[in-house]
Design a binder for this molecule. Structure first.
Ligand SMILES: Cc1cc2nc3c(=O)[nH]c(=O)nc-3n(C[C@H](O)[C@H](O)[C@H](O)COP(=O)(O)OP(=O)(O)OC[C@H]3O[C@@H](n4cnc5c(N)ncnc54)[C@H](O)[C@@H]3O)c2cc1C
Length: 221
């Protein structure tokens, strides 16, 4: 069922990622990690639905998306970048297979961190963040979404990786089998993986080769 919701506030997260806070329809519920189909309530854009993930907490009085803007072509995200408070979105009911199922390591690439924003915020809110790990890969340091938030979460073990910035003090290189073998000591834990399709396939395959159980891999199916 489509809900028409007004944007309450927009803001910058990184140079190409924006946050959208918007009205929460009465009784609207979602689980951290879930997404929905979104369209802009404007002529010519209502049929252009794209999936975005709820990044706020379940008990907030508003909803939130954190969206990477592709300004290189006139798609939905380029249009979203121009919206302001008072403009309206059409959202469907929540869906998605990324759900928290216990302690583990979160492996994200770029905007693939969005389902983990809700899950990790929820764990921090419940004082249960300790013992979790976030491995977050981006092209460069300026692409890292909400770096301060992750670094401030007491007990979250953060490892930032950049693939295209040789001068950076952060870990370089791709998250491949070698990287995981060196950087992960326990393959019996849960792994949550989200990012570009290719990255998710490669990381899941590497984790299984290294001993992770297929049932312990959580990703969008
Ligand atoms: C379950 C799920 C949840 C998601 N949640 C989020 C989220 O919370 N936040 C988020 O930022 N993203 C999220 N995404 C991804 C998001 O849906 C896409 O980034 C979005 O659909 C892009 O829409 P668009 O209309 O701007 O681009 P599209 O037109 O849909 O194009 C998408 C891709 O193609 C490329 N592309 C297409 N045409 C051109 C062109 N002419 N020139 C240059 N590049 C082009 C774009 O660079 C981009 O990589 C999610 C995806 C899924 C499947």
């Amino acid at each position: 069922m489509a809900h028409r919701v007004r944007i309450l506030e927009t803001g910058e997260v990184t140079h190409n990622v924006r946050r959208f806070k918007f009205e929460r329809p009465a009784g609207f519920k979602f689980e951290p990690g879930q997404a929905t189909e979104v369209a802009i309530d404007r002529d010519g854009w209502r049929e252009e639905k794209r999936p975005f993930t709820f990044t706020g907490l379940r008990d907030w009085d508003h909803l939130e998306f954190t969206i990477k803007i592709y300004s290189g072509h006139n798609g939905v995200t380029n249009q979203l970048a121009g919206l302001k408070a008072g403009d309206a979105l059409l959202i469907d009911d929540p869906w998605g297979t990324i759900r928290y199922k216990g302690k583990g390591t979160f492996i994200a690439g770029g905007a693939g961190v969005t389902p983990f924003i809700a899950i990790l915020r929820d764990l921090a809110d419940r004082d249960e963040i300790a013992g979790h790990r976030l491995i977050f890969s981006n092209r460069t340091e300026r692409d890292i979404i909400m770096r301060d938030t992750w670094e401030r979460m007491d007990g979250l073990d953060c490892l930032f990786v950049v693939t295209d910035e040789p001068g950076s003090s952060l870990s370089g290189g791709r998250i491949d089998r070698d990287f995981l073998r060196r950087g992960v000591s326990d393959f019996g834990q849960n792994f949550y993986v989200c990012g570009p399709d290719r990255m998710v396939e490669d990381v899941n395959a590497a984790l299984e080769e290294l001993g992770a159980e297929p049932d312990a891999l959580v990703f969008e199916k």
